[in-house]
Design a protein around this ligand. Structure first.
Ligand SMILES: NC(=O)c1ccc[n+]([C@@H]2O[C@H](COP(=O)([O-])OP(=O)(O)OC[C@H]3O[C@@H](n4cnc5c(N)ncnc54)[C@H](OP(=O)(O)O)[C@@H]3O)[C@@H](O)[C@H]2O)c1
Length: 328
């Protein structure tokens, strides 16, 4: 096998980001899309110039024409279809949040290990050069001891018809966008928090439409994260350390307007803008699958990290529900 043949499992809106990434990659090609109806699959294939259209997810999984699938389903279907795909021998890139329970994460992990299929959570920003620079700056001590990570991801809906507003589908802004600053904090701190507290505002939809969380880590570091479905679009993160602070104005999103800035403010002296070599935001996660499957490299995002993302979200929700500080 010299190239990975990709199939899109659903006609999800987010596919529009993966399609150019797969096409730009050196070792991947987009060969198929599956939808719950043949008409929808065919219309999508025509629109995006995809060679094959399957009128059911199962039929695409059973096909020899596909090596790997991208799962952009509603959150409550991630585990079910990742497992089905791997049982058919397909490698899987599964959207965040990976799953909604730890039992699901453990089953997905076990099936990946049994089948030898690649399986990873599609946290695209983790593969981006900017995030890797942040990791290096923290690791090499440039910020000193990191005392606080702050991150936010907010947006507002144009319409109330959305999978994110449906409780049974794993809706809620923490599951949807709060997981970005949560995962950044875990990346910077090198592991999950020991204790968390969360507050939420439940909207008419019956899901959290505003969520704010605080996390305390073993080394004494802390994080504050927030997410919202009802305030204007904003992503931002800052990492505060004893030797300086780092500001990321676009930590989690594609560079559509050329305004990404990574600025380091040292304890003393002038601020320094750190140059980030741009790369298509969704390309890294696609290449990671290629490198693991074709060249036998270890996947970049580990199951342990992914499990801790889910564990921390669940603890934050428990705290918001009970009003208690939760120890992980
Ligand atoms: N990494 C990122 O940047 C990013 C950005 C946005 C979203 N996401 C993630 O991607 C996933 C999809 O988000 P999206 O906004 O793209 O969703 P979406 O546009 O609503 O698409 C979801 C797709 O799932 C399929 N589906 C299967 N069962 C369904 C059901 N019962 N109800 C509704 N749809 C069903 C549908 O495809 P068919 O009709 O073709 O079967 C639908 O097109 C979510 O997990 C989200 O967290 C990630």
């Amino acid at each position: 096998m010299s190239k990975i043949r990709w199939g899109l499992l659903s006609t999800a809106n987010i596919n529009r980001r993966l399609i150019p990434a797969i096409r730009e990659s050196a070792k991947g090609e987009l060969v198929a899309v599956a939808s719950r109806s043949q008409a929808s699959a065919q219309a999508y294939a025509d629109k995006w110039d995809i060679p094959q259209a399957f009128g059911s997810y199962e039929v695409m999984l059973a096909s020899d024409a596909v090596d790997a699938v991208y799962i952009g389903l509603p959150n409550h279907l991630h585990a079910e279809w990742s497992i089905k795909a791997m049982r058919h021998g397909k490698h899987v890139l599964c959207e965040k949040p990976f799953a909604l329970t730890l039992a699901e994460v453990d089953e997905m992990t076990a099936v990946s290990q049994q089948t030898g299929c690649y399986l990873a959570e599609a946290f695209m920003y983790r593969h981006h050069p900017q995030t890797k620079i942040v990791g290096e700056l923290v690791q090499n001590g440039r910020l000193g001891r990191v005392t606080l990570v702050r991150g936010v991801f907010n947006f507002a809906f144009n319409t109330r018809e959305n999978i994110r507003l449906v409780p049974e589908m794993g809706g809620g802004c923490l599951w949807d966008v709060g997981v970005y600053p949560l995962s950044l904090a875990q990346f910077v701190m090198g592991g999950p928090p020991e204790q968390v507290t969360g507050f939420q505002w439940i909207g008419e939809s019956d899901v959290d439409e505003v969520f704010s969380g605080q996390m305390l880590y073993a080394n004494g570091g802390m994080a504050q994260i927030s997410s919202s479905f009802c305030t204007p679009w904003l992503t931002h993160a800052e990492i505060l350390g004893t030797e300086g602070r780092l500001i990321l104005n676009r930590p989690f999103v594609a560079l559509d307007d050329g305004q990404r800035k990574l600025i380091f403010y040292p304890k003393e002296g002038d601020p320094e803008e750190i140059v980030v070599s741009e790369k298509e935001l969704y390309l890294g996660e696609v290449e990671d699958l290629h490198d693991a499957v074709l060249d036998g490299r270890s996947q970049y995002l580990t199951f342990a990290e992914t499990r801790n993302h889910v564990k921390t979200v669940l603890a934050l929700y428990e705290s918001a529900k009970t009003g208690q500080v939760i120890t992980l």
